[in-house]
Design a protein around this ligand. Structure first.
Ligand SMILES: [Zn+2]
Length: 430
């Protein structure tokens, strides 16, 4: 038996919202040195934003500071497009009044210019594999993949990390010691932005560099075989930057493509309005009659890449660019007079659980009757029964169509008070 704590991401991490930007701060009091990592400026480059999300959730920073913006361009990530309002990475020297990205651009500029920020990484997945000599359409000097990108060799302003070229070369050399395949090798790409690259003059890193902030792009290749390989290289490179900055860390996994793949596929949980808990792994493609409010629903994901989009009356649940499930609502008033605890008999033993929790059973369960609520076990039907408490319910009495998971093992027990909704509790059959 277990119950999940439903704490919003905003409480798990020290997280601040600037103009809808989620900034997660992992800080220590020993130093002001701070690395700022920005994922998801381009919505169709998942290597960058899944890496940033793992950095935010699976790393502990033990000295100095790490700030992570996991998904800068959220709307474009959901759409899996480079930029639904144009290329966000070309709006940093000037952004028009009325541009839909303006609020985000203004806010992220402010974060970059924060006194504390010592070095900035902007994460991308780029085309091909960068090589100094032309070796065909994938391996050539115009490719971006597998590079540490710098705008110039050095910062004008003297700074602890002002020698961009030396830093990028060190990162590249160390990443190249851990390649999965030889042709994945990293290089340093100097765009020589001031003199040779007008487009890059509009970019985030050039904005940072011209404002005296050391900045780099990490580009893993879009041509790598899997997302986990892209995320693996992003994390490898980010760790090298942290080592150069003296940021010490631990992580709760071994850094290789297999474990990274497992972490990416763990979508975590979604808690809605503090009264509904959903596991997003193995959840069905769509769920009906989810008790929601007409307006102002609060969605709390354990995964920083979690987002909800409303479309044609439904709620589409995403982790990054992956559509996880579609929730079809049934609108209710939320009752203010609900119980704090709900009582059950699970396999013969009495248990008491808070709202939006869950429990496991081998054989059967029963909800203990209370005057304070009416019970609806979704998928159970007995003629003329309005309240489904005090009934022993086993798996075979439930209609699989109403399970929330693809294995047909998890079911919804819903509590109402007159016509108002109180909470959902999940029962898992083992
Ligand atoms: Zn990009």
């Amino acid at each position: 038996m277990s119950s999940i704590l439903h704490i919003c991401i905003a409480l798990i991490f020290s997280s601040t919202l600037y103009a809808n930007i989620n900034l997660i701060k992992k800080e220590n009091s020993d130093s002001n040195t701070t690395l700022l990592v920005i994922g998801g400026i381009h919505g169709n480059e998942p290597g960058g934003y899944f890496a940033a999300s793992i950095l935010a959730t699976h790393y502990t920073i033990t000295s100095k500071n790490l700030w992570v913006i996991p998904n800068l361009n959220k709307e474009s990530i959901i759409a899996n497009k480079r930029g639904i309002h144009g290329d966000m990475n070309r709006k940093f020297s000037h952004v028009k009044e009325g541009d839909k990205d303006k609020a985000i651009i203004d806010a992220v500029k402010k974060i970059i210019l924060s006194k504390k920020v010592s070095l900035v990484l902007n994460l991308h997945d780029g085309h091909g594999f960068y090589r100094k000599n032309n070796q065909g359409s994938i391996f050539n000097p115009n490719a971006w993949g597998q590079t540490c990108v710098i705008d110039q060799c050095e910062l004008k302003q003297k700074h602890l990390f002002s020698n961009l070229n030396t830093i990028a070369q060190t990162v590249k050399n160390n990443v190249n010691k851990k390649l999965l395949k030889k042709h994945h090798s990293f290089n340093v790409k100097n765009t020589n932005t001031k003199y040779e690259d007008e487009a890059m003059q509009l970019s985030l890193t050039y904005f940072a560099v011209t404002n005296g902030k050391p900045a780099f792009a990490i580009e893993t290749s879009k041509n790598l075989a899997t997302l986990s390989q892209k995320v693996f290289y992003q994390l490898l490179a980010i760790e090298e930057y942290m080592k150069i900055m003296g940021i010490t860390f631990t992580r709760d996994f071994a850094l290789n493509a297999t474990t990274v793949n497992k972490i990416i596929k763990n979508y975590g949980t979604l808690v809605i309005n503090h009264n509904i808990l959903l596991h997003l792994n193995n959840i069905k493609k769509s769920l009906s009659f989810i008790p929601l409010k007409l307006r102002g629903n609060e969605f709390c994901f354990s995964n920083p890449l979690g987002e909800v989009k409303r479309q044609r009356g439904n709620y589409l649940v995403y982790i990054g660019n992956k559509l996880i499930t579609t929730l079809k609502p049934q609108y209710f008033k939320m009752s203010k007079n609900c119980q704090q605890k709900y009582r059950f008999i699970a396999d013969g033993k009495e248990i008491s659980l808070p709202k939006a929790s869950e429990f496991f059973v081998n054989n059967d369960f029963k909800v203990i009757k209370s005057k304070k609520h009416r019970v609806n076990v979704i998928g159970y039907y007995k003629k003329d029964k309005v309240d489904e408490s005090q009934i022993d319910i086993s798996l075979k009495k439930l209609n699989k169509y109403y399970s929330i998971d693809n294995y047909n093992k998890i079911y919804r027990i819903e509590f109402y008070r007159s016509d108002e909704f109180c909470s959902m509790v999940l029962v898992h059959f083992k």
